[in-house]
Design a protein around this ligand. Structure first.
Ligand SMILES: Nc1ncnc2c1ncn2[C@@H]1O[C@H](COP(=O)(O)OP(=O)(O)OP(=O)(O)O)[C@@H](O)[C@H]1O
Ligand SMILES: [Mg+2]
Length: 194
C-alpha cells in the first residue's frame, strides 16, 4: 500500500482511539521511557509536544525538567527545517505554532543537533525495523539524517501504541529509522541494518 494511504488510515484509526486508553497506555509508555537506561543516562533530550491522540509526552517532559535535563522541543520552519529549542516551563515557554502544535515561543533560541543525546520521536506507524510513517513532511527524516551523521552517540526512541506497530512499512531512501520503539506492551530494539 502507498505511504499516503497508510498514513490516512493510521490517522483515522488513531484519532478514533478511546481517550481513556490513550491516557492509560500513555502512562505505561511514559513510565517505560523514564525507567529506561537511555533516558536515565541522557543529559539533553529532544522530545515532541504531544497533541490529540499522540502518545502523551507531558509527563516525560516534566520528569526530565525536574531531573535537571536540558529539554528541547521542536520548532517547525522556516521551510522544511525543524529545530530543537530548549524550554524550561511547559506553561510559560510554549505557544500554538504551525498545525496547532504547541511550539517554543519565538524569543527562545534553538541548539545544534550536536547537543542532543536522546530524541523521542512521534509517528503514526512504526515497523519492527524502526522505520516510520509520520505526518508526511519529512521533518524527522531530515533531522535524524543530520543527527546520525554528526552525532553517533545520540540515541532515538519512537513512541507508539501497540496498534501502531506493523511488520514492515514501505520506505524511501530518505527514511531514517529509530533505534528503539516503546509501546504499552513492549520495548523493541531495532537493530541497524548492514
Ligand atoms: N533528507 C531529506 N532530504 C530531502 N528531502 C527529504 C529528506 N527526508 C525526507 N524528505 C522529503 O520529505 C517528504 C516526506 O517524507 P515522508 O513521506 O517519508 O514523510 P514522513 O516520514 O511521514 O514525515 P515526518 O518525518 O515529518 O514524520 C518526501 O517527499 C521526501 O522526499
Ligand atoms: Mg519518512
Amino acid at each position: 500500500m502507498l505511504k499516503s494511504e497508510l498514513r490516512k488510515q493510521a490517522q483515522i484509526k488513531r484519532d478514533s482511539m478511546d481517550k481513556l486508553m490513550v491516557c492509560k497506555y500513555g502512562d505505561i509508555i511514559a513510565n517505560r521511557v523514564i525507567n529506561h537506561e537511555w533516558y536515565k543516562s541522557s543529559k539533553s533530550i529532544f522530545i515532541y509536544v504531544s497533541m490529540g491522540n499522540e502518545v502523551p509526552t507531558h509527563n516525560i517532559i516534566k520528569n526530565a525538567l525536574a531531573g535537571g535535563k536540558t529539554v528541547s522541543v521542536p520548532r517547525i520552519g522556516p521551510g522544511t527545517q525543524m529545530h530543537a529549542v530548549p524550554v524550561r516551563d511547559l506553561e510559560q515557554d510554549l505557544e500554538p505554532g504551525k498545525f496547532g502544535i504547541m511550539e517554543p515561543k519565538l524569543h527562545l533560541l534553538p541548539v545544534s543537533e550536536a547537543c542532543i543525546d536522546l530524541i523521542i520521536v512521534p509517528g503514526l506507524l512504526f515497523d519492527r525495523r524502526g522505520y516510520r510513517i509520520g505526518y508526511g513532511k519529512g521533518y524527522y527524516d531530515r533531522y535524524l539524517d543530520r543527527v546520525y551523521t554528526i552525532s553517533p552517540h545520540c540515541r532515538t526512541i519512537g513512541l507508539a501504541f501497540e496498534n501502531q506497530l506493523v511488520q514492515t512499512l514501505p520506505r524511501g531512501k530518505h527514511d531514517k529509522p529509530v533505534m528503539l520503539i516503546i509501546t504499552e506492551k513492549r520495548i523493541l530494539l531495532c537493530p541497524a541494518e548492514k
